[in-house]
Design a binder for this molecule. Structure first.
Ligand code: FAD
Length: 567
């Protein structure tokens, strides 16, 4: 058995930022990642990271924009903390060497972003996540962080006597060997689960393994019904065209060639929050102003020079994946699953319900995004709460968590049995994982997306239940040990099915429209009954998800009193 003080699952921005705190505080800190750290989805982030670093801006306005963007179901204490800490978190990255784009006077450049009252999005061209992740990776290497590269999390282990997380079980993908890694504290930083939807902007690895496994270990998941659909995924592939493009001045147009956002958000237009823009696009498409299920993003008026300087990656993606050069023609785009606001429920220091189990980044629900995340607040969340949670884990390990929790060897036996069973399944009467996955993700896309109602959500639930049944018969060809990706994608599918169940049940229960969750038969926000978080709880015996609720944390700041959300 391997042992460390702290085990961090996930080598994206949240995981590596937390690891920096662990390792520089002198703890034996390990990070595991199912891909090389630089392949984490953080690397794909384009547009930027929010922080009130301009002297004319202030964190209070950032916090208000975030409370409003979240449609009043974000936790106000956590939002205040994030926005207050944002400037320092960005400056930390700058000091570590992150190559942010600059103004002529040398200050960090900032661009406008959706739902923001000030241009407060710092960026590194349109490759911000890439620049930030490389910076933190360099720090991890420099400080000697123990990295388990290409290790796949299979179980979060709990000392049943003390109900404390005591480590994890993971597979070394190269050898297929299953290993127990014991720790005094475990951090889940495994990112989101956008892959639950057929059309999405996410990396193949974003299957929410950590959220599903933490829920199964006894932590609560929260607000899974709030799924963000980004207004500008490429029509054919779902690949993201950053909001930064609209920040630089791009328009949305219909097939009639005219802008339409002034009908839906007369002030902010294309830069209203994402839920508002995605709904507007769907309305245009449903009313016949789309083409082939898409509308268009027009950047031609920005001119060749600006496009080449500020949006080089976007141009290349449009050419490579849609066959359109945005210098000459509008880009066909549509709302596409992008981000999961929900995740493992934590307090603002990253503690989950289970002692010793922490979560940060997209895998967590702190909740700073509430019903709808503002663009560029997610990279921010990873570096602010990666840092705060990392520090809190150091404190925990040095104080109340200093004694090693007990591990249970039965856990290894259980995991090995699951793998052996999957490999032993007969082909005859079996169902291929790809078939189950396709049916599930297409049903989620069709019945649980931008517009929802009871009838559609019940169809989604039926599809989830079918996937659950089919999964009992899932069979694979590859019985080998080394790099058995068929086995691992099948295990990921199991996690997606559990998250699908939690997402649909949460969405069915929330009988109001708030943030990204639009119920057509309940078109208004219901603050009296629904200013609360949905908790998804795993019932081990019944192997199902049940729901509970927890009130939204409010600070009493009179500025945050709920009002109708308009842009
Ligand atoms: C295309 C795109 C563009 C975006 N642009 C922006 C932007 O401009 N601004 C912004 O604020 N946000 C943006 N976002 C959102 C933001 O990038 C993410 O929410 C954020 O980077 C998530 O970081 P993370 O550290 O939580 O997780 P990730 O970066 O997703 O990392 C997850 C880590 O967990 C590991 N992992 C997962 N499962 C397992 C397992 N079973 N075993 C072992 N390891 C595992 C992975 O290997 C990976 O290292 C964008 C998202 C996308 C998809």
């Amino acid at each position: 058995m391997r042992r460390h003080d702290v085990v961090i699952v996930g080598a994206g921005l949240a995981g590596l930022r937390a690891a920096f705190e662990g390792i520089t505080a002198g703890l034996d800190t390990a990070v595991i990642s199912k891909v090389h750290p630089l392949r984490s989805h953080s690397c794909a982030a384009q547009g930027g990271v929010n922080a009130a670093i301009n002297p004319e801006d202030n964190w209070e306005d950032h916090a208000y924009d975030t409370v409003k963007g979240a449609d009043w179901v974000g936790d106000e204490d956590a939002i205040d903390l994030m926005c207050k800490e944002a400037p320092q978190a960005v400056l930390d990255m700058d000091e570590m060497g992150c190559p942010f784009s600059r103004e002529d006077d040398g200050s960090i450049a900032q661009r406008p972003f959706g739902g923001a009252s000030f241009p407060r999005t710092a960026f590194a061209a349109d490759r911000t996540g890439h620049a930030m992740l490389h910076t933190l990776w360099e720090q991890a290497v420099k400080h000697g962080t123990h990295i388990y590269e290409e290790y796949h999390l299979l179980k979060v282990c709990v000392d049943e006597k003390t109900k404390r997380a005591c480590g994890i079980i993971a597979m070394d993908i190269k050898s297929g060997q299953v290993e127990y890694i014991a720790a005094k504290a475990v951090l889940i930083a495994t990112g989101g689960f956008g892959r639950l939807f057929a059309s999405n902007t996410n990396a193949m690895i974003n299957t929410g393994d950590g959220v599903a496994l933490a829920m199964k270990a006894g932590a609560h998941a929260a607000d899974l019904e709030f799924v963000q659909f980004h207004p500008t995924g490429l029509k054919s592939s779902g690949i993201l065209i950053s909001e930064g493009v609209r920040g630089e001045g791009a328009y949305l147009i219909g097939k009639d060639g005219k802008r339409f956002m002034d009908k839906y958000a007369p002030n902010k237009k294309e830069l209203a929050s994402r839920d508002v823009v995605s709904r507007a696009e769907m309305m245009e498409i449903l009313n016949g102003n789309g083409e082939d299920g898409a509308i268009f993003l027009d950047v031609r008026h920005l001119g060749r020079e600006k496009i080449l300087e500020k949006l080089p990656q976007i141009r290349q993606l449009s050419i490579d994946f849609e066959g359109v050069d945005p210098i000459d023609a509008p880009i066909p785009v549509k709302p596409t699953c992008h981000y999961t606001m929900g995740g493992i429920r934590t307090n603002k220091f990253g503690h989950s319900k289970l002692q010793g189990l922490f979560a940060a980044g997209e895998a967590a629900c702190v909740s700073v995004h509430g019903g709808n995340r503002l663009g560029a607040n997610s990279l921010l969340e990873t570096i602010v709460f990666g840092k705060i949670t990392g520090k809190e884990m150091v404190r925990f390990v040095n104080e109340e968590g200093s004694v090693e929790p007990e591990t249970n060897t039965d856990d290894m036996v259980e995991v090995q049995k699951i793998i052996a069973d999957l490999k032993a399944r007969p082909q005859e009467g079996g169902i291929r994982p790809a078939v189950i996955r396709k049916e599930l993700t297409e049903a989620m896309n069709e019945y649980c997306s931008v517009f929802r109602d009871e009838e559609r959500l019940k169809k989604a639930l039926k599809a989830v239940e079918k996937a659950k049944e089919d999964y009992k018969k899932v069979c694979i060809d590859d019985k080998s040990d080394a790099f058995n990706t068929e086995l691992l994608t099948t295990i990921e599918l199991g996690n997606l099915i559990s998250l699908g169940e939690a997402t649909v049940k949460s969405a069915l229960a929330r009988t109001e429209s708030r943030g990204a969750h639009t119920r057509e038969e309940f078109p208004t926000r219901d603050d009296e009954n629904w200013m609360k978080h949905t908790l998804a709880i795993w019932d081990k015996a019944a192997e199902t998800v049940s729901l509970d609720y927890e009130p939204t944390r409010v600070t009493g700041n009179p500025r945050y009193a709920p009002v109708e959300r308009k842009y």
